[in-house]
Design a protein. Structure first.
Length: 364
């Protein structure tokens, strides 16, 4: 898989609406969706259609048949279907005010710069990019264009994670002593030839940037702190065709100013696990699943008694996220998940890899 945007076949997940969404509300922001993979079709586009402040105004794909099919399902006219080669032409299309980039990570920086060059606002999937330097380029392009840049960190808009953060910071478990997160699953018999997430030039080190980023972020928002030191290890099994380019597993210990610790584990080669647990002087808060697309759960354990906490429908996270973006564009609301947050996280990931490579802790 080369490091460029190419038309991929129809994804193995994501369904199209049976009928096109209703006409957009007045003032709704027309968004061009760049990249039509499973996440774009299954989550991003339904969110844009569901939120009051956004709608799908255009699609950009290297696969003309797929683009035409998706466009028809969303009532997007044929002249708002762009290819990767004609993308720059969106500059003259007033129906498009913003671009949602749902491409592999290694392409985020270039396509964000092109979107800003075309005079559009940008919401970009996470992780923001592959390196802190790429993130800085994206922020500079946003400032030069005078346009908004938001990173699509959906969990910041997800009711269960918001409730968990409120509980954790509100003293529900007493003084926080440690956080443990796991974001693991086992990839099938894929190789870098058929899954971009296994390609270093497109995915970076692998599971940490993709899935482990949720646990890494949770460790920060559930403690309300930024780490001051990190100690990490990586695994890359020999002679495994899946992991010729990326790590299979990354484990990191984070130390916070308060003395709290976090253990963050992420793997593409372990039994499925999706948890964020907080342990304190007066109890614990267990989240499992912690940051899925749906069905996230919280259980508080105090005095040996377990109590489930109702927090709302996890599915709301997608529409709430794009509505936040719309409010930033229309009302100037400060963006919670800014480019600066994306840059912060890439610097932290960089430090984790440096610690693993040196075998020593890295001070932040």
């Amino acid at each position: 898989i080369p490091r460029k945007a190419i038309g991929m076949p129809w994804p193995n997940w994501g369904t199209l609406p049976d009928t096109p969404p209703p006409a957009p509300k007045p003032g709704s922001i027309g968004v061009a969706v760049v990249g039509l993979g499973g996440y774009a079709i299954g989550k991003a586009m339904p969110a844009l259609a569901a939120a009051d402040g956004t709608h799908v105004a255009a699609v950009v794909s290297g696969n003309p048949e797929k683009a035409a099919k998706v466009a028809a399902a969303y009532g997007v006219p044929e002249d708002a279907v762009y290819s990767y080669d004609t993308f720059a032409d969106i500059a003259g299309d007033d129906r498009i005010e913003a671009v949602y980039i749902v491409l592999p990570t290694g392409l985020h920086a270039d396509w964000t710069e092109m979107a800003f060059a075309a005079g559009k606002h940008v919401i970009c999937e996470k992780p923001m990019a592959l390196t802190p330097g790429e993130c800085e380029r994206m922020i500079a392009a946003s400032e030069a264009a005078g346009k908004k840049l938001m990173i699509a960190y959906r969990c910041h808009f997800e009711p269960v994670n918001l409730k968990a953060t409120e509980l954790s910071l509100g003293g529900a478990v007493g003084t926080i002593q440690r956080v443990e997160t796991a974001n693991n699953y086992r990839v099938g018999n894929e190789t870098p030839a058929d899954n971009w997430r296994l390609v270093r030039a497109l995915a970076g080190g692998g599971p940490l940037e993709d899935y482990g980023l949720y646990g890494l972020q949770a460790a920060m928002y559930l403690t309300g702190e930024l780490p001051v030191r990190v100690n990490a290890t990586t695994e890359q099994p020999a002679n495994d065709p899946r992991f010729t380019e990326i790590f299979s597993t990354v484990r990191a210990e984070l130390e916070f100013p308060s003395g709290a610790m976090a253990k963050v584990e992420t793997s593409y080669n372990a039994d499925p696990n999706n948890m964020s647990n907080v342990y304190g002087t007066e109890g614990s808060m267990l989240m499992q699943p912690a940051n899925g697309y749906s069905g996230n759960k919280i259980t508080l354990v105090r005095g040996g008694v377990s109590q489930p906490v109702a927090a709302g429908d996890s599915e709301l996270q997608f529409a709430r996220m794009v509505q936040h973006f719309a409010d930033a564009v229309r009302k100037g609301t400060p963006i919670i998940t800014s480019g600066e947050m994306g840059l912060r996280d890439l610097k932290l990931i960089d430090a984790i890899y440096r610690s693993a490579a040196s075998g020593k802790p890295v001070d932040l």
